[in-house]
Structure formats: structure tokens, C-alpha cells
Unconditional design. Sequence first.
Length: 254
Amino acid sequence: MRRLLPVTDQTATVDREWSLDELADAYAYPDGAEGPWLRANMVSTLDGAAQHEGRSQGISSDTDMRIFGTLRGLADAVVVGAETVRLEGYRPARAREAFAARRAAAGQGPAPAIAVVSASLDLDFSLPLFAGPLVPTLVLTGAAAPPDRVREAEKAGAEVVIAGDGPGVEPARALRALAERGLTRLLTEGGPRLLGQFVAAGILDELCLTVSPTLTAGDAQRIAGGPALAVPERLALASVLEEAGFLFTRYRRI
């Protein structure tokens, strides 16, 4: 990271790479937040694509991945949709020495839990995400989820959390269920359908959006999908970082 354009002083610059500590300070969760704080981290091309050939890696950058790792290093739990788990080949979050002291001081475990949102539980429970995580993986589902799949998830070592009365998950109820487990600093990495559900439910507190200086055309998904809001929701710009044409923006609910 070589440039900081904070909202309060658009002339400030830092002509060097930021340390992970500096990034962690810049992206710290707000002090004194009541209840869970849900932050999203997404990347988009200039023409609005959230993916290229089904994955986000092709429109990302090394610095984007440093911020990705920093946001994970600050979170209690990472909430992600089942389709993104399948497409992106999700693995368990790992403990990182760079964040160990900060996490210990905040009363956090060595790594964030991964919380997978799935109605059908159509997941490969033999994958490392379920079979060998440092912190047990959570599976958020509805009360009507297939009982045999619930048993498979629990047999694999995952903790199944019921967060809906039907087959699917109710977004606000999912956040409450995580908060009841002491997981209040929440990060969602998508996919677009899950983020759209959080937006529609009015429970997204912050959006960390990387604007990639690329064009892809095509019909790739946007960062959030699903039904349109009746009235567009306005967010406030909190900060902008820039490197090599990539803009690392952070917006918060007004």
C-alpha cells in the first residue's frame, strides 16, 4: 500500500508499503459497537463484475490479498455462502503470527471461524474446511434442512447452527446466533447472493470494496444480487487507499 487518501485530509500520502499493523489499525472494528458488526469485503471491476471466469482471483491483486488477510485477522468469524465455498475452494482460516498479539488482547481465538450459509447442506464435508480447521467450522442453516446432511456435517466436526424456521437462513437471525456465541466482529466475503440478502435485510454495517482497474465485459455477477431495494441505501465514505490504480474503499452505514 503506497497511498492513503483519508476522508478528512485528501492531501495526505504515504509513499511506502504499509505494514500489517498499520493496515490493521486502519481497518479496526469500531469501538463500542452494540451487538454484531457486519463488514463485507468484495472486489469489483470498473464495469461492475465481481468475478472473472467464476472466481475473484483474476481481478484481484497482491495488495488486495493483503487487505483480505488483514480483514480476516481482525474478524471473529467469516460468513460465506455455500456456492462461494464450492467455487473458491475455501479452506480454514489460519493463525497468523502478525495478528496473534492483537487477537489475544481482544479476547479472540487464534483464527476466525468460518461460518458457511447453506439451506441444502450440499457440501463436501471431507474437505479441510470441515475435516481439519484450527477453529471448528460453523454451518448456518434452517430448521427444515435435510436431517441426513445435518448428521453428516456434525459427524465431520462442524457445528450446525439453526438460523431459520424453514429450509433457509434468516440473515438477522444468523447474526444473532453468531453473537450469542461471542462472534460479533463479522466479515462476509460473499458471494453476491448472500451479500444481497444481507443488504436486503438492512444489516450490513460496512462495505470494504476494492475497485479493480480492469474491464471484463461479459455477464459476470455484481457484488450483490437478488431483488432490488425499494429505495437505494446511501452509505458514507470512510476511507480510500490506492495502489497501482486499485482503489481500496471503505463505506459505512449512515
